[in-house]
Design a protein around this ligand. Structure first.
Ligand code: NAD
Length: 343
């Protein structure tokens, strides 16, 4: 028996890429799926209604249950319709996974208001629109509910993505708020910061290099590799189960066969005085203290040779605190890492 037998899920952006892999896995675990996808190009234009339907056809051919929705998550009222489609079709909604996304990358000085608005509208507003209507339903049922939102490590400061990075950081804050406001109704809310070689990755400069070298784009080479979008789906499916009721308000990196748990914002240092600070004191104090010890948060690309005071990325992890916990399976825990470094 599947782990999600009898559950109903709405997965936005599930016509392609990671969302499609998530919808397929949730369906194979027994959930009925509303497959939402506007079928746009990477920038959010040229909608295509066949994209969502093709995933529904694949799920049904594999013995699962699904129905298509081709509306945009940017529309508040249409988002209510998506939640209603699940309730009308399957009697309820248990799980929402907000995967839909677009890109309009530019450096800040070249970014237009329209590019900013379009990306915010899909990622931040779209995630809000779906969660708002799902939350109303979850509160009415007072039983349970699962919200899984998609963020990105671009939120840590990817230089060419001011709109996307801001929206993805906003999604983390929003997820944390939902975790603390819906827990009384049995609802959990968590975020995924994924990596998968989808068409989003095809749009990066690195992908052009891959194409030059291999004649193919990363998405065409992804099947069965670390970049396979299907690698992201199991953690999402796990968070959707009843067994994951104790996981609330967390952010998980999922890449290939690696699942990372990010900490929430933690204190990295404190200045305290028994009087108001003067600017002169700050001028003296800061260069001698935090300027030496606290590093600027890294963007995605991290120099592998550096040994930072805090690991913000997988590549920075010190080998010393990895623990082998099963055949081919290893665990890294922050406390063990810093304990080992101090010892
Ligand atoms: N691929 C990665 O490595 C990566 C990294 C970090 C974050 N993410 C995030 O993961 C999610 C999935 O990314 P992906 O790589 O699978 O992208 P993708 O482009 O393959 O799929 C996104 C889907 O969203 C749909 N969509 C776009 N606008 C929509 C709208 N307004 N309403 C409904 N559907 C809409 C598109 O039609 C598309 O099918 C996104 O939120 C993305 O920002 C991806």
């Amino acid at each position: 028996m599947g782990k999600l037998e009898g559950k109903v899920a709405l997965v936005t952006g599930s016509g392609r890429g990671i969302g499609k892999a998530v919808a397929q896995l949730l369906a194979s675990e027994g959930a009925a799926i509303v497959v939402n996808d506007l079928g746009t190009n990477i920038g959010g234009d040229d909608p295509d209604q066949s994209i969502a339907q093709s995933v529904v056809d694949e799920i049904k051919a594999a013995g699962g249950e699904a129905s298509a929705n081709t509306d945009s998550i940017t529309d508040y009222n249409l988002a209510e319709g998506m939640v209603q489609q699940a309730i009308n079709g399957y009697g309820k909604l248990d799980i929402v996974v907000n995967v839909a996304g677009i890109l309009r990358d530019r450096m800040i000085f070249n970014m237009s208001e329209e590019e900013w608005d379009a990306v915010s509208a899909v990622h931040l507003n779209g995630t809000f629109n779906i969660c708002k209507w799902a939350a109303v339903h979850f509160r009415d049922r007072r039983e349970s509910g699962r919200i899984i939102n998609f963020s990105s490590t671009s939120a840590w400061g990817s230089p060419g993505q001011p709109n996307y990075g801001a929206a993805k950081y906003g999604i983390l804050g929003f997820t944390a708020v939902l975790a603390n406001s819906l827990d009384r109704y049995g609802v959990t809310s968590n975020a995924i910061l994924p990596y998968a070689a989808t068409r989003m990755i095809d749009s990066t400069p690195r992908a052009m290099k891959v194409k030059e070298e291999t004649g193919k784009l990363p998405s065409e080479l992804a099947g069965g590799t670390e970049g396979d979008p299907a690698n992201v789906a199991p953690m999402v499916a796990y968070l959707a189960t009843d067994d994951a009721a104790m996981i609330n308000g967390h952010f998980f990196g999922v890449r290939g066969h690696t699942v990372s748990l990010y900490s929430h914002w933690e204190l990295a240092g404190v200045f305290q005085s028994d009087r108001r600070w003067t600017v002169e004191e700050m001028l003296e104090l800061y260069p001698d203290t935090w300027a030496k010890t606290i590093k600027q948060p890294e963007a995605q690309e991290v120099a592998r040779s550096e040994r930072p005071l805090r690991a913000t990325s997988l590549w920075q992890l010190d080998e010393s605190a990895w623990k082998e916990i099963a055949d081919g399976v290893k665990l890294w825990e922050r406390e063990a890492y810093y304990g080992a470094k101090q010892g």
